[in-house]
Ligand binder design. Sequence first.
Ligand code: 0YR
Ligand code: MG
Length: 370
Amino acid sequence: MRITRLEPFILHVPVTGGAIADGSHQVGHWGAPGVRVHTDVGLVGTGYTGTHAHLATDRAIVDLIEHAYGPLLIGRDPRETQALWTTLHRHPPLQWVGRSGLLHLALAAVDVALWDLKAQAAGEPLWRLLGGSADEPLEAYDTDGGWLDRSDAHLVDEARARMDAGYRAVKIKIGSPDPGRDLRRIESVRAALPEGARLMVDVNGAWDLVTALRVGRHLADFDVAWLEEPIWYDDVAGHAELARALATPIALGEQLYTLDAFRDFLAAGAVHYVQADAVRLGGVTEWWQVADLAFAHRKPVVPHIGDMMQVHVHLAIAHPACALLEHIPWMRDCFVEPATVEDGRFVPPERPGAGTALRDGALEAYDVRR
Ligand code: 0YR
Ligand code: MG
């Protein structure tokens, strides 16, 4: 099998239920700049990264896919995923300008497309190719009912609705300018949840260390399962200090680009829940290395958003460090087989591939380059 052609795309999909806010971002559309990789046997692999639909940088990502990686990919066998990853990552003029950032997002999109092809060529869903079993349930937790700009009453209603639908865990956004508001909202949602349900909170990097130390101490009163991205994303020492000071475990990783970054956080004892994201790391290839590293530290891996990032369902089913995956269903309309939660669990995908195949009409509906 040989790669013959790359077909880039940029999906901008409106956020279901209207624009949202978290502690650091306002998001009206989800962005998925990516690529369809064509082969001489007729198989087409699909991969994409995840953005806040910023058109200029999305264009840069697909330009990098097409013009920086394209010449290195044409004519190669897409099943040689590790060899190709190393070739793309180490190519001297490319590693000089981008071992993280936009070029790494582009690498993620390419790598996912290659794994999609590899699983299609094997005639199996990726989770099976990676050794997983559909008999081990993958629990879902919901984030889409907990946005920072929604009312307290809305959060409580959404949490109750999720419990009625079979979820056993929800996450809400905090990091308001007024931490008192955050704590009131946590208290209200906790009071609405049944015994044993898990409640997580996500600051999306909005606090400084002093605020995190001060407000974070109160989270244990509400049995918060984890405190996510409390402070600046790259601050290893700050997260290590928090992890030692607080009774509530620390979750992070959705904004980390590299195996090296995860190694540093794990070595420093700065993270408890490892939220590796295959579309910010360099795809399936680097994600698996991070998940193995976390497993060696006996830390759970809970990948970032499992629904928009279809491939995460496959990875989380397969990897022994994973038992839980985030759910935000904004991109459901794009896929042949959208990730689906029933009774609080992800349904194991059945189609061969990585789950990334776009349905007929998705490009016409959402590709802003058309
Ligand atoms: C909106 N999940 C997250 C969205 C979400 C973000 O900024 O991207 O809230 O990815 O933090 O845990
Ligand atoms: Mg988060």
